[in-house]
Design a protein around this ligand. Structure first.
Ligand SMILES: NC(=O)c1ccc[n+]([C@@H]2O[C@H](COP(=O)([O-])OP(=O)(O)OC[C@H]3O[C@@H](n4cnc5c(N)ncnc54)[C@H](O)[C@@H]3O)[C@@H](O)[C@H]2O)c1
Ligand SMILES: N[C@@H](CCO)C(=O)O
Length: 346
């Protein structure tokens, strides 16, 4: 039986969700997945940090209030976030990195990933910044150190997309994709159709744990732009930079625009897309599009996401499921750990 020691970097919605799953399901995972998880460190800019190589009580961590310095209440804890110490000295086999996504330079999360990989520690992350902005470097570092760098939750949360497309669609002749890749903006458009104002709908999405720390990343398309870069580079062999993707969001769409679309049998959706062109390059965009109600993506409501892959052998293959959420994204981290565990078995 394998028992992985795991340290949680960032203890907001997603990593708290993972701690909750560990508290509730570790015994079941030991029986069904062949491994268990022991939390040996937690660090968070707001909450502080704690490290215990013998293992921390996951339920006690989950019960902590979201108050400044709260980790000081755990035996051995402190109100300061000793990120580097927790990453390098907790004895962790795996770092679960879930700090905020920085769409400009991916930092400091990219540095957290680098510290772990350089130390021979596996990294699982739901953070889009390090992958979209430093993916090639971090993947090479992981290969060089013989450890895993997994990031399924960076696109469509717990709904499997990256591994499915990379593995199950290999050889299908993938030419491009288009999708609804941001839960918050899709939730906002759905709720505005139901009568809420833009601000009310954004506030609800924040309350439900879907939105980024700065929700303008969701509604202005920046979050989708990172996801388009990740998918295009991963699946279409592109070398896109964030600045290569044209980008606009949904903030200019008014309640009147939504009502007018509705009256004409259409609906607004924020669409991220990329496709191979005839000269072999890849072009990509993020924009609000008016879709006919019969379009396959028109019926995707709330925080659900969907991506339709355009393949030569199968035509369109569409995957849909939760695109945001604390436990949903924590599940993505678990799926990354399952992947690295299974890879180690081969
Ligand atoms: N919530 C979702 O639905 C979802 C889905 C997919 C991906 N993600 C991504 O997962 C990550 C975590 O999301 P979340 O919802 O838990 O966010 P969150 O805002 O709830 O939590 C992030 C935590 O990171 C901490 N933090 C910020 N900077 C830090 C630093 N320098 N050092 C240590 N801690 C730091 C914050 O104090 C906060 O507690 C983000 O990158 C987000 O984009 C979230
Ligand atoms: N804020 C993001 C989280 C998932 O990446 C969304 O709403 O889709």
């Amino acid at each position: 039986m394998t028992d992985y020691k795991i340290a949680l970097v960032g203890f907001g919605g997603v990593n708290r969700g993972l701690a909750q799953l560990i508290a509730e399901r570790n015994a079941q995972w030991r029986a069904t997945l062949g491994f268990g998880l022991t939390i040996v460190g937690v660090t968070d800019l707001f909450l502080g940090s704690v490290l215990n190589r013998a293992g921390l009580d996951a339920a006690e961590l989950v019960a902590l209030p979201a108050e400044k310095g709260a980790l000081a209440r755990i035996a051995g804890g402190t109100a300061e976030a000793f990120n580097e110490t927790v990453i390098k000295q907790s004895g962790a086999d795996i770092i679960a990195e879930a700090t905020f996504t920085n769409p400009v330079d991916g930092e400091p999360a990219a540095t957290f990933c680098r510290w772990a990989l350089e130390s021979g520690i596996h990294v699982v992350t739901s953070n889009k910044g390090p992958i979209a902005l430093h993916g090639a470097e971090l993947k090479a570092l992981a290969r060089q150190r013989g450890v895993a760098f997994e990031y399924e939750g960076a696109v469509m949360s717990g709904t499997p997309v990256i591994r499915v497309a990379r593995q199950a669609l290999a050889g299908s002749g993938l030419q491009g994709f288009e999708g609804i890749l941001n839960g918050t903006s899709n939730y906002v458009l759905t709720r505005m159709k139901e009568g809420l104002s833009f601000a009310e709908a954004v506030a609800e999405a924040q309350q439900l744990g879907y939105a980024e720390a700065d929700p303008s990343a969701d509604v202005e398309g920046y979050d989708v732009r990172l996801k388009v870069v990740i998918l295009a580079n991963e699946l279409l062999d592109a070398r896109l930079k964030v600045s290569d993707v044209t980008c606009s969001g949904i903030s200019a769409i008014s309640a009147a625009d939504i009502a007018k679309a509705e009256a004409t049998g259409q609906c607004w959706k924020l669409i991220g897309a990329a496709r191979k062109t005839s000269d072999g390059s890849v072009e990509a965009s993020v924009e609000a599009r008016l879709l006919p109600r019969t379009h396959p993506l028109a019926g995707i409501g709330g925080a659900i996401n969907a991506v339709s892959f355009n393949t030569e052998l199968l035509g369109a293959v569409t995957v849909s499921g939760p695109g945001a959420g604390r436990v949903e994204t924590a599940f993505a981290l678990l799926s990354d750990i399952i992947a690295l565990h299974n890879a180690g078995k081969r």
